[in-house]
Ligand binder design. Structure first.
Ligand SMILES: Cc1cc2nc3c(=O)[nH]c(=O)nc-3n(C[C@H](O)[C@H](O)[C@H](O)COP(=O)(O)O)c2cc1C
Length: 249
């Protein structure tokens, strides 16, 4: 019988969990060793899952594939940003050519509802403040956002797809699995950045990987070694449990 006990110190585990932060600047020319990537993916599959179905797939983009995807994303982002920010003719060009418009997850960029907006605004203001991105400057914000499409320099980008049939439970299972990836990577001295930014052009990925129509793109995840850049010392605000606990009637 395998033991299901852990002899890790609880306080050390809490410290480990709290010490994980999103990485937004990676050492581009420092690859992730294959054996470490293999271990992380093995760790991914020890997460709980709805009836043990594991209703997700992962596309691992490295090397030329990673670079091709990044180049195409950057080109589409350029077209999209120019269309959004430009004059009538720029907008018309975007709409008529359609190049740059989302081909998947069109609703991922919809505005936040009032209940959640203050949290999103706060992290945006604090992160951009640290980066010196002027609040009112769309150009500066767009330039920072564009780094998403370089995967912040990460040599590995994972694209996580979920099976459509299980609806929200596929996403939940994938989320549990992704957290294992993120924490295993953290334990190996690697950084990660989940990237909702990359979910809007899944046709690019479907050209590179054999993805069945039963699966839809949930998120990207950049993996690599963090640089010493100040952005990697950013600590997003933590809310307390009181903010998520439901009041008794
Ligand atoms: C599904 C998902 C998508 C995300 N998308 C992005 C993204 O596109 N770009 C980015 O810089 N950060 C992205 N993040 C990172 C969050 O902004 C970050 O997790 C949050 O601000 C909390 O900070 P922390 O991870 O450092 O604790 C994403 C996180 C999740 C879970």
């Amino acid at each position: 019988m395998t033991s299901h006990k852990s002899n890790l110190d609880a306080a050390a585990v809490s410290q480990f969990l709290a010490s994980r932060r999103t990485t937004r600047d990676f050492i581009k020319d420092k690859p992730v060793p294959q054996e470490i990537l293999d271990q992380i993916l093995t760790d991914a599959l020890t997460a709980p899952s709805w009836s043990n179905t594991r209703p997700f797939k992962i596309a691992v983009a490295t090397g030329d594939v990673r670079d091709r995807i990044s180049t195409e994303f950057l080109s589409r982002w350029d077209a999209l940003a120019k269309g959004r920010n430009g004059n009538f003719f720029a907008k018309l060009k975007l709409i008529t050519s359609r190049y740059g418009l989302p081909t998947s997850n069109r609703l991922s960029a919809k505005p936040y509802v009032a209940e959640l907006k203050p949290r999103a605004n706060r992290v945006g203001a604090e992160l951009y403040g640290l980066l010196g991105v002027a609040r009112g400057s769309r150009e500066e914000r767009d330039a920072q956002w564009a780094k998403n499409y370089e995967f912040f320099g990460a040599p590995v980008e994972l694209f996580i797809f979920i099976h459509k049939s299980l609806g929200i439970w596929s996403a939940s299972d994938a989320g549990l699995m992704i957290e294992n990836v993120v924490l295993s990577a953290h334990a190996h001295g690697l950084g990660t950045c989940a990237q909702g930014a990359v979910v809007i052009w899944d046709d690019v990925l479907r050209k590179e990987f054999d993805v069945s129509d039963d699966y839809r793109l949930l998120t990207g995840l950049a993996v690599g070694y963090p640089t010493e850049a100040p952005v990697n010392s950013f600590g997003a605000h933590r809310i307390g449990p009181d903010e998520i606990l439901l009041k008794k009637k």
